[in-house]
Design a protein around this ligand. Structure first.
Ligand SMILES: Cc1cc2nc3c(=O)[nH]c(=O)nc-3n(C[C@H](O)[C@H](O)[C@H](O)COP(=O)(O)OP(=O)(O)OC[C@H]3O[C@@H](n4cnc5c(N)ncnc54)[C@H](O)[C@@H]3O)c2cc1C
Length: 482
């Protein structure tokens, strides 16, 4: 069933618990195609499209929007990868040739990167080997309200300055216009919905199709509003008007890879502030604070339309290596050939679909079973939602899980309201005060009585054990992003 961008931008219906629904992720594919669309930050710090005037080519815009197009990741994946020898297909990984866990040992890429540094390393090799002339990725932006933006790097030095994950709103209409105006071979790096949008655009835009030669995908839990960066910095002790930029993935040597810090750079030029994310109240990804609504209606965790995807290998075997390891899914034989050519710069362990799934199990539960539940709720209310590969259903969704998913929508919605209240009161404690009872109800709903007892014991241990020890124990027991 085909949908329209107008439905995506402003659904007349409500979200799963009655909030305003928008399914737009602000990627900018519509604005690239048609000047009637404008991408701007909403009051909630999320990029969103809006329409001013009449749309020139509705069909083109509708079929390039990752939440409106009727062409899903399975169709795109089949077009791109299915003809290759020895290709496998999996409902979670999409098409895949090989899976690995590993990192690069070359030239400081690992210490500069978020995980194993493989994304930047691969991009540098593509440049050096002449596979591409330039890389489209996310780098430092011009000011604190635009901490990070999509830009083009033309050489390895420029690439270096763009390493690390930006849990921050970005859009790509301007950078795509640049590609349209400048000949060359490009590599695009993005989260799953952005890569899907690029693939959809390439199906109808000959210039982009010729120029964007490869896509690297980043595994995605969800996209964050800019409230996330602001709240992390503010809770770390930096007033809102003194935040220059937030490094979301500051590595802390000696602790597990999942136990990282943020580094907040200040506008007054004083020394940056570093704070472990475990000590901040907004950084538990399972709670989904400041999450784009659209992300709850996405079923692609592993960027299935990318030539290769990289994520964090936060699984017991690897998480204790604080330098960071990537989980890697290769879909394009040319990328595999590049890995093989430069194998001496890589430390790769063979992996498989089960291990890759395990590294993202929480994300898959939320975006497969949880999505089926959310779609079912909308369907029962007769409401429009984007058409997904996952179908509306309560099959196998226990009462507890239903309540858990419903509460996550409440947590997401309330986090925005709570942050706005804190800003109004000029006191971050207002945020904590607002969220504490909601988080408490969520934990009661989502946790079995047995688990609650175990958690209470852990809290007691935490008080008596040295910093970092509890997360090390948690990782040994198979914890991670939930
Ligand atoms: C919003 C978001 C959510 C994520 N969620 C998960 C998750 O749930 N589970 C998981 O395992 N991994 C997740 N990741 C991926 C993970 O954080 C690392 O990016 C990945 O492991 C690659 O690490 P690296 O060291 O190889 O990359 P690096 O060498 O650090 O290079 C990262 C590259 O990605 C580009 N980049 C950074 N942020 C963005 C962005 N927002 N959009 C487009 N390009 C960007 C940079 O410009 C750089 O080129 C997420 C990433 C993002 C941006």
């Amino acid at each position: 069933m085909s949908s329209t961008v107008e439905q995506v931008i402003q659904s007349p219906d409500k979200d799963a618990v009655g909030g305003t629904a928008t399914y737009c992720v602000g990627c900018g594919s519509c604005a690239y195609l048609d000047p009637a669309f404008n991408i701007a930050k909403s009051a909630d710090g999320c990029y969103q499209a809006s329409i001013q005037g009449s749309i020139a080519n509705e069909d083109a815009v509708n079929s390039a929007c990752p939440f409106a197009s009727s062409i899903n990741e399975d169709v795109l994946g089949a077009e791109l990868f299915s003809e290759q020898a020895d290709i496998h297909h999996d409902q979670y990984l999409g098409y895949w040739l090989n899976a690995y866990v590993g990192y690069t040992s070359a030239d400081g890429w690992r210490s500069r990167g978020s995980s194993g540094g493989m994304v930047s390393w691969l991009a540098s090799k593509m440049l050096e080997d002449g596979l591409v002339d330039a890389v489209i990725h996310v780098k430092d932006g011009p000011d604190p309200e635009h901490m990070y933006t999509y830009q083009v790097s033309h050489n390895v030095d420029e690439l270096k300055t763009g390493a690390k994950s930006k849990y921050y709103p970005v859009e790509m209409s301007e950078v795509l216009s640049y590609v349209h105006e400048h000949d060359g071979k490009y590599l695009f790096i993005g989260i799953p919905c952005f890569v899907k949008a690029v693939r959809l655009l390439c199906r109808q835009d000959e210039v982009l199709n010729k120029r964007i030669r490869y896509c690297i995908g980043l595994v995605c839990g969800h996209l964050k509003s800019d409230f996330f960066a602001k709240s992390e910095a503010w809770e770390s002790g930096v007033p809102l008007d003194n935040i220059a930029r937030v490094d979301f993935r500051h590595k802390t040597p000696g602790s597990p890879a999942s136990d990282y810090a943020v580094e907040v750079r200040l506008t007054d030029g004083e020394k940056p502030v570093i704070k472990r994310t475990a000590e901040l109240s907004t950084t538990n990804w399972g709670l989904g604070y400041f999450k784009y609504n659209a992300c709850d209606y996405c079923d692609d965790v592993l960027a299935e339309t990318a030539d290769v995807t990289f994520g964090d290998a936060w699984i017991p075997k690897y998480v204790n290596d604080g330098e960071g390891c990537n989980v890697i899914v290769v879909r394009n034989q040319e990328v595999q050939n590049l890995f093989d050519r430069h194998r001496s710069e890589l430390v790769l362990h063979d992996s498989d679909s089960a291990e890759v799934y395990q590294s993202q199990a929480g994300g898959f539960r939320h975006r497969r079973q949880g999505l089926a539940y959310r779609l079912y709720v909308h369907e029962q209310r007769g409401e429009w939602t984007p058409t997904k590969r996952v179908k509306p259903s309560l099959d196998g969704v226990s009462d507890r899980r239903q309540k858990t998913y419903a509460m996550r929508t409440v947590l997401k919605n309330e986090s925005f309201a709570a942050f706005r209240e804190a800003v109004k009161a000029n006191d971050f404690n207002e945020f904590k005060k607002h969220m504490k009872p909601i988080e408490h109800s969520y934990r009661r709903v989502s946790t079995s009585p047995k688990k609650r007892i175990i958690r209470a014991c852990k809290r007691i241990f935490k008080r008596v054990l040295p910093a970092g020890a509890v997360s090390r124990i948690k990782n040994l027991m198979g914890g991670g992003r939930s």
